[in-house]
Design a protein around this ligand. Structure first.
Ligand code: SF4
Length: 551
């Protein structure tokens, strides 16, 4: 007989222990305590095996959100790598760099801090746990519990299921975690948020969300402390002028350097490989000189929501709210979202308190959250950059012109709302696009400066239980070796930064898609960029995935 499904109940359930989710829990606990509701229960669900394991960001941190959440955050021991001491912006060609004599205001970071978000959430989670919030790490949300059109909690994934979907000896059914309010704080392209947006039509009338993928490494470079607090942003090489994105180098504490490349997931070249572009980025003299003599210590990748104000889904629903990256809260001009995540978490906590007081969790009551967001500095900040990403649809140079115009017109530019389309629709079919490189050519990774994907995955600490259902569900696998090979050349082999997908030929000469799911670093690029939208990323068994440290 299969074990019975356990049911547990909380007043408020937060899915995701990133900055937004932890801000909800921290602020709501305080509000409840102050209003004499100490008995109200809050739980946070986190799919990483421990808090922070799946958290990665650049990150130059604007303290505006944390200053409001916890004015004494620095004296409470928040881990900070450095105050920003210098800003530099360069345009790169393959060999040369051209420094901007004046740093554009959105890229000025005086008063900001360089942090490891991964360390930051670990610190914040301790304070949240100390304030009597239950945090369940290692549990993924497999599905939403919906009754009479209202979300009433989350069912966690089953544990102990084999690759064929059969229960193993250690089988444990997922738990039904029921809650009066469910707050989704899953990060970009959250799997529950995706289900919810589709089911409730929360994106109707909005621009489609568009994303970038950020690929990052941390290096230990002896002597680099001398430049602690230096922030470098780049445009140009290795991206073509039609490709959105740029690079960053941040000098952290203890001789550590954080560097990465952000690549817009709305590129045209079906063979574009963001990981390969990142390796080319490191070969540029500017980047090479920042890490020369050092060693790679950590690697990771994540999707970033870039669509801005017009692409934010409706952030409330019957029984809950959507916060942080899941709600598309990112200032893509500044490439910053942590402060917005923290603030949205605080506002969600305030809306939650009002709903609990009236014991009303209907959509019309939860709409209060949207009102709070629109009355806050989140709206002010995002409104001023509402057309930023869309301005780059025709490439870097026109994008910079649009950005300048938008800065002069409080975000308007040439029209109040620029048109947008999902990034995967911009990918060209192979016959229409001259190959940017020969995908069959041998790539020379020297394993000193440049690394192949598998070496990088090793440095992400990624591990999954091997004997479990594949968590990358290809809805029409026959399409891969027929239409996709012919039309796009199987771009999943290139856009995945963790070498999960490859085309293999069997003894009969038939080709088929092979999926090394255990390499997956949970960046969601495949779910976003697949041209046929037939890859569905679902959470693997709880606890599986990267084990990010210091990212
Ligand atoms: Fe990212 Fe998908 Fe590759 Fe996993 S399989 S690392 S989610 S692109």
């Amino acid at each position: 007989m299969s074990p019975e499904r356990e049911i547990i109940e909380f007043d408020v359930l937060v899915v995701g222990a990133g900055p937004a989710g932890l801000a909800v829990a921290y602020h709501l606990r305080q509000l409840l305590d102050r209003s004499g509701r100490k008995d109200a229960s809050i739980a946070v669900l986190e799919k990483g095996k421990e808090i922070g394991a799946h958290i990665i960001s650049g990150a130059v941190f604007d303290p505006r959100g944390i200053d409001e959440l916890m004015p004494d955050w620095l004296t409470k021991g928040a881990p900070v790598e450095s105050k920003v001491e210098e800003d530099h912006v360069y345009y790169l060609t393959r060999k040369w760099k051209l420094g901007l004599p004046i740093i554009p205001p959105p890229l000025r970071n005086a008063g900001n801090y360089i942090i490891s978000l991964n360390k930051f959430v670990l610190w914040l989670a301790e304070l949240v746990e100390d304030s009597d919030v239950d945090i369940f790490a290692g549990f993924s949300g497999a599905g939403l519990l919906i009754e009479n059109g209202q979300v009433v909690g989350v069912r966690t994934g089953d544990k102990g299921v084999d690759r064929q979907g059969q229960a193993k000896g250690n089988y444990e059914p997922g738990i039904d975690i029921r809650a009066k309010l469910t707050v989704l704080a899953e990060g970009a392209r959250g799997s529950l948020t995706k289900q919810l947006v589709e089911r409730f039509g929360l994106d109707v009338g909005r621009n489609p969300q568009v994303y970038s993928v950020g690929i990052k490494e941390v290096w230990e470079v002896p002597g680099s402390d001398e430049h602690r607090g230096r922030v470098v942003h780049t445009m140009g090489f290795p991206l073509a002028s039609k490709e959105f994105g740029g690079g960053f180098i941040y000098n952290m504490d203890r001789d550590q350097v954080s560097l990465g490349l952000v690549v817009g997931l709305d590129y045209q070249d079906p063979l574009l490989d963001p990981h390969r572009k990142f390796q080319q980025f490191k070969e540029h003299p500017l980047v090479r000189s920042a890490i020369e003599g050092g060693r790679l210590v950590a690697y990771g990748a994540k999707a970033i929501p870039e669509g801005g104000y017009w692409a934010m889904p409706q952030c409330y629903f019957a029984g809950g709210m959507i916060v942080g990256d899941s709600g598309g809260l990112l200032n893509s001009m500044r490439l910053k979202g942590i402060h917005l995540a923290l603030k949205s978490g605080m506002l969600a906590a305030e809306a939650a308190l009002e709903a609990m007081r009236s014991n009303d969790y209907s959509a019309s009551r939860m709409q209060r959250f949207e009102v709070l967001v629109k009355d806050s500095w989140i709206k002010d900040e995002l409104w001023k950059v509402r057309n930023f990403h869309q301005g780059f649809n025709k490439g870097l140079w026109r994008g910079l012109l649009h950005a300048g115009l938008q800065m002069l017109t409080r975000g308007r530019g040439l029209s109040n709302r620029y048109a947008s389309e999902p990034g995967h629709k911009r990918m060209c079919m192979r016959p229409e696009f001259p190959a940017s490189y020969d995908p069959n050519s041998e790539v020379k990774f020297d394993q000193m400066l440049t690394f192949d994907k598998l070496t990088d995955v090793y440095n992400s600490g990624t591990a999954h239980e091997e004997d479990q259902p594949v968590h990358l569900v290809v809805l029409e696998p026959d399409l891969c070796h027929t239409r996709c090979t012919e039309e796009y050349g199987n771009p999943c082999q290139y856009f995945c930064p963790a070498a999960v997908y490859s085309m293999e030929t069997n003894e009969d000469g038939q080709s088929r898609l092979a999926i090394a799911a255990s390499n997956c670093v949970h960046c969601k690029t495949c779910d976003i960029m697949d041209p046929y939208q037939i890859i569905n990323w679902i959470p693997p068994e709880g606890g599986g995935g990267p084990d990010y440290k210091g990212l």
